[in-house]
Ligand binder design. Structure first.
Ligand SMILES: *Cc1c(COP(=O)(O)O)cnc(C)c1O
Length: 390
């Protein structure tokens, strides 16, 4: 289709006009079961009553003021994040990419202020940290960097989960290590808990700062508020976005006092970052998602769903190979090309998202009902059956 929009996306010929919980309603009235959630953004589904109420009330009071003033809504959300995590301090952004930019700047400024010339940041193959010049240099894949050089220097990529390669590469010259505890775009690739612990130890030995990119795997997605909690280790800096705004553009960089020590007045800023509207919404999302009973429900539903998906793998070995992931951040390894499975899903009115490694990503709303999960399994089953008989 020809539009005035810059064609950087291969778009499906679908347009939605309304969302209700786990459902999206298309222009023609068709109801689609949404297992993509805007790529893990709509953590509470579409048009969650508490979010509609929060944004409506805030919209009537105050949308935007400059960060040259105190912003009480921003302070309240920062307090909530600090209370529930390793962090001592928070900076708000509008996206995950902007969070990546600050994480990189923060790590380098830390070493600059210490008077040690450390600038190298170790990242991992298959990573995704955003599309800015810094974030693509960190990821380093040909797909993301080709044609955009010269790249920002100072990054190197190691194989994901290769502890020996990391041990060989990390040194007292390393400024930081940046990693997604579960790679999202990379194909729902989970770093084993032992690797995350080993990574923390190597950072402690060399002084390198540890940056977790929890833009996709954070905010309750894995059944803990943040994915790294499963391994019992904390980063020095963490990037958050996607789910935290529940659909409103919002991101954050969380950090320990030590890691953030270089970021004094005048070193960073954002016009919109931390605006009252976004932070009011973010605080409502945080209050709901950080509740232990809510996270217990995510884990209960995740176990149910995963069991059903294992069943699909068993009944459709010509389509699906295995289930991967944690909580409601799941992937089906495909036998057929994943793009074909996503497309066949549209005919069954179910929305999934492709990822690398020929994986079909399943990222339902954390609030999805048992009935909708059962319906998702039926529609995935029908999708696979159609592909087998095609
Ligand atoms: C989506 C994503 C980003 C980039 O976030 P944007 O809001 O698209 O800028 C960064 N890191 C990870 C892990 C992501 O999934």
């Amino acid at each position: 289709m020809i539009t005035s929009v810059l064609p950087t996306y291969n778009r499906a010929p679908l347009a939605f006009v309304k969302g209700e919980g786990s459902w999206l309603i298309a222009e023609d009235g068709g109801r689609y079961l949404d297992l993509g959630s805007g790529i893990a953004v709509n953590a509470l589904g579409h048009a969650h009553p508490a979010l509609v109420e929060t944004i409506t009330a805030q919209a009537q009071k105050l949308w935007h003021v400059s960060n040259v003033y105190r912003i009480p809504e921003q302070e309240a959300l920062a307090d909530l994040l600090v209370e529930k995590t390793f962090a001592d301090t928070v900076f708000f952004t509008n996206s995950g990419t902007e969070a990546a930019e600050l994480a990189i700047k923060m790590a380098r400024k830390y070493w600059y202020d210490k008077g040690e010339p450390r600038s190298e940041i170790i990242a991992f193959e298959g990573a995704f940290h955003g599309r800015s010049t810094g974030a693509i240099a960190a990821a380093g894949s040909e797909k993301m960097v080709k044609g955009f050089g010269p790249l920002m220097p100072g990054f190197r990529q190691l194989p994901f989960g290769d502890h020996d390669a990391l041990r060989a590469a990390i040194s007292d010259k390393t400024a930081a290590v940046i990693i997604e505890p579960i790679q999202g775009e990379g194909g729902i690739r989970t770093l084993p808990d032992a690797c995350l612990k080993g990574l923390r130890d190597l950072c402690d030995e060399t002084g390198a700062l540890l940056i977790f990119d929890e833009v996709q795997c954070g905010m309750g997605r894995t059944g803990k508020l943040f994915a790294h909690e499963w391994a019992g280790v904390s980063p020095d800096i963490m990037m958050v976005a996607k789910g935290i705004g529940g659909g409103f553009p919002l991101g954050a960089v969380l950090a320990s006092e030590k890691a953030a020590s270089g970021m004094v007045a005048g070193t960073h800023g954002s016009t919109y970052g931390g605006n009252p509207l976004g932070c009011a919404v973010g605080a409502t999302v945080m209050r709901i998602v950080s509740d232990d009973a809510f996270l217990a429900e995510v884990n209960r539903k995740a176990a149910l769903f995963r069991q059903g998906l294992e069943g699909l793998v068993a009944t459709h070995p010509a389509v699906f190979k295995a289930v991967r992931g944690q909580g409601l951040m799941l992937g089906l390894e495909c036998v057929l090309p994943n793009a074909d499975v996503v497309k066949a899903g549209y005919d069954q009115q179910i929305l999934t998202v492709a990822a690398s490694d020929n994986v079909l990503r399943l990222l339902p709303a954390l609030t999805i009902s048992d009935a909708d999960l059962a319906e998702a399994l039926r529609r995935l089953d029908a999708t696979a059956t159609r592909l087998e008989t095609a």
